[in-house]
Design a protein around this ligand. Structure first.
Ligand code: NAD
Ligand code: LMR
Length: 343
């Protein structure tokens, strides 16, 4: 029995993500929350002949605080793509003013209603929204760092696609051969080629640099092409589902199954065994960082230390240094926002 709630289910990501979740036979209940049109999306998906029972929840007025609580009750997994997307000329950080309070309030409801749920945050700026979520849960006394994930899978998906284009390899064969670590914005995104695998190398430094740049700024390509109509939605729904599928599988596997996920997630390292030491030794004490994870029963049971396992090159080490500088301010901004908020 797995109940999954999507908050922001009627949006550009929310709808296709909910469709993919409806197709997962391990999902027994799919709860769709949005401030608009959640009931319509739920009615539509409920006609699909898979076992998940779909229910839609939307507030009847701005004052209505009950719909979110009803949606969340008993959730094992909550996925959040609620909030505004970028328009051309904006950075993800420009979304902070609107999305920070959306995440704060949704996560406060999770902390009060289903504190044991695994939480996947898609809403941008991920580098700040995940620290916001952590700080809210800390303030409420229910923070479980092993169950809070910032979804950075789209960076892995892009890395596999672009590397495949450059090498002529079927990109589906590249899963797990490029780990993307760091954060989810511009030069905080660090693709690491796993030199321990038999991955074909790019033919020149120039092509390598172009590859790194395209992964780091891949989101801009979509924002520009959509020309004011939003950012990546379909590829994000695919990526979000790819990660969620591992979490759902781990939820059905009990405590005995440990699965290594080929993708990273942006997590609070000090809450994971060995994470504090890793952060102090290699990340100048930065506490939120995306690394490949292991999952057990909806929780992070370990992570891959790239410096021990992935044969990090000198060029990659420099990329990590740049990423750390970018992450620091975004993390602090998120934490300070919650400290100044009343929950
Ligand atoms: P969208 O505008 O199409 O959909 C957002 C949905 O959120 C809307 O349906 C809206 O009604 C809903 N919403 C707003 N406030 C809400 C609230 N308080 N509670 C519940 N629902 C609420 O936007 P989108 O294209 O789906 O993008 C959503 C977010 O995901 C953006 O912040 C975007 O930047 C981010 N994103 C992240 C990644 C990633 O890799 N992590 C990738 C793409 C987009
Ligand atoms: C992406 O990487 O596509 C998302 O973070 C959306 C964006 O704003 O680029």
């Amino acid at each position: 029995m797995v109940k999954v709630t999507v908050a922001g289910a009627a949006g550009g990501i929310g709808q296709p993500l909910s469709l993919l979740l409806k197709l997962n036979s391990n999902v027994t209940e799919l709860s769709l929350f949005d401030i608009v049109n959640a009931k319509g999306v739920a009615a539509d998906l409920s006609h699909i002949n898979t076992p998940a029972i779909v229910k839609g929840y939307q507030p009847e007025s701005k004052e209505d605080k009950t719909a979110i609580v009803e949606a969340l009750k008993g959730s094992d997994l909550v996925i959040i793509p609620a909030g505004v997307p970028r328009k051309p000329g904006m950075t993800r950080a420009d979304l902070f003013n609107i999305n920070a309070s959306i995440i704060r309030d949704l996560v406060a409801n999770i902390g009060k209603t289903c504190p044991n749920a695994s939480i996947l945050i898609i809403s941008n700026p991920v580098n700040s929204t995940v620290p916001i979520a952590a700080q809210v849960l800390k303030k409420l006394g229910v923070f479980n760092p092993k169950k809070l994930f910032g979804v950075t899978t789209l960076d892995s998906v892009r890395a596999e696609t672009f590397y495949g284009e450059l090498t002529g390899i079927n990109p589906t064969l590249l899963k797990g051969k490029i780990s993307v670590i760091g954060g989810h914005s511009g030069d905080t995104i660090v693709p690491l080629i796993n030199y321990n695998t038999n991955i074909p190398l790019l033919s020149s430094d120039k092509i390598y640099d172009g590859f790194i740049n395209r992964v780091q700024f891949g989101g801009d390509e979509v924002v520009k092409a959509k020309n004011g109509a939003g950012s990546a939605t379909l590829s994000m729904a695919y990526a979000g589902y790819r990660f969620a599928e591992y979490v759902i599988k781990s939820l059905t596997g009990g405590d005995s199954i440990i699965s290594k996920v080929p993708d990273s997630a942006y997590i609070y390292l000090p809450g994971i065994e060995g994470g504090k030491e890793f952060s102090e030794k290699y990340l100048s004490g930065i506490e939120f960082f995306s690394v490949p994870v292991y999952l057990t029963n909806g929780s992070i049971s370990g992570f891959v230390d790239p410096f021990k396992k992935l044969n990090v090159s000198e060029k990659e080490k420099k990329l990590i240094d740049v990423a750390l500088k970018g992450l620091k301010g975004s993390i602090e901004q998120g934490i300070e926002f919650v400290n100044a908020s009343k929950l």
